[in-house]
Design a protein around this ligand. Structure first.
Ligand SMILES: NC(=O)c1ccc[n+]([C@@H]2O[C@H](COP(=O)([O-])OP(=O)(O)OC[C@H]3O[C@@H](n4cnc5c(N)ncnc54)[C@H](OP(=O)(O)O)[C@@H]3O)[C@@H](O)[C@H]2O)c1
Length: 291
């Protein structure tokens, strides 16, 4: 039975890098690439399929806006009809509009929750039967009341953020959505573990990507050392999804910020309240152009 993976947000950044890395771990995996920009995922699929010496087209682009519930249901039907099961779901699509609450209000919180949290929950619900089908097909279909001794048979990876553990001024909507995603992931991990479905969490720090270019850090003589690459984040996604790690910060030292938030909250509030950790996203640049 083929290994089937679905990666959301595969048209750029961490999702694209994950799609490129996965064949090095699973050379014959069927990979479904999901994003809104059809041209980008078509081009990536064509490139990855051309690189497969077997000539088999194993990368499948699927354009969808994940904030549209009907599109999520259609995507789940496509995966069911085409593959019948799913071994790995990577919930990676996401965005940040940098606004204070005074600037963005409920509308900004709502649009951020839609793509960073609601979409992940909706897609997971729609695809869970197919993850269960993979567990059944891979053996040990019967859920056990206690934690099973064996390895998980299918995985979900949720890409949250270090902002899932620390709030910053101007990023409240983003932090709200990522705190929600991390909290839900912590619970889902425990709920699905008896079914041998692993649920892992990846918390990136600053990773220079198209959507989150972090130029304020990349161009800084010291802060540039705090910026990771999409390839590092993709490696973390696969360690969570294939090696069943539970929670990974990337770059790894970002976990210190989460620890400091608990141990020295006053210091972290000073750091997070100022402009030192403020970066612009592609959503901010687009909004500036419209203004
Ligand atoms: N880079 C960082 O510093 C950083 C730090 C912490 C967390 N993260 C998280 O990592 C994840 C990936 O981000 P990235 O850095 O790789 O940014 P990116 O390059 O902007 O990638 C975001 C992806 O999400 C997709 N997407 C956005 N809205 C969508 C929608 N409505 N429906 C379907 N797909 C949608 C985009 O594709 P389309 O535009 O084609 O739809 C794109 O492929 C996000 O969840 C982000 O919050 C990133």
């Amino acid at each position: 039975m083929s290994f089937v993976a679905l990666i959301t947000g595969a048209s750029s950044g961490i999702g694209e890098a994950t799609a490129r890395l996965l064949p090095t771990r699973h050379p014959h995996a069927e990979i479904i690439l999901v994003a809104r920009r059809q041209d980008r995922i078509d081009a990536l699929a064509a490139e990855l399929n051309a690189a497969d010496p077997s000539g088999h087209s194993h990368v499948h682009p699927y354009a969808a806006d994940l904030t549209d519930p009907d599109a999520v249901d259609r995507l789940a039907r496509y995966v069911s009809d085409t593959f019948g099961h799913l071994d790995l779901l990577v919930n990676n699509a996401g965005a940040r509009w940098s606004r204070t609450f005074a600037e963005g209000g409920f509308a900004n919180v709502s649009q951020t929750m839609e793509i960073n949290f609601d979409a992940q929950v909706r897609l997971t619900e729609a695809l869970l039967p197919l993850l269960r089908a993979a567990v059944g097909a891979n053996g040990d279909a019967e859920p056990t009341a206690s934690i099973p001794a064996g390895k998980p048979r299918a995985s979900i990876v949720n890409v949250a953020s270090t902002a899932a553990r620390i709030g910053r001024a101007g990023a409240g909507a983003y932090s709200a959505s990522k705190f929600a995603l991390a909290g839900w992931t912590d619970s889902l991990h425990l709920e699905l573990r008896p079914e041998r479905i692993h649920v892992g969490l990846v918390n990136p720090g600053f990773i220079a990507t198209e959507g989150f270019p972090a130029t304020e850090f990349v161009d800084h003589p010291i802060k540039k050392y705090m910026v990771g690459t999409a390839e590092q984040a993709a490696d973390a996604v696969l360690r969570a999804g294939l090696d069943h790690q539970v929670e990974i910060y990337v770059p790894g030292f970002y976990y210190l910020f989460a620890v400091m938030r608990t141990l020295v909250p006053g210091l972290m509030r000073k750091v997070a309240g100022g402009p030192a950790f403020t970066t612009q996203t592609s959503q901010d640049a687009a909004a500036d152009e419209l203004a």
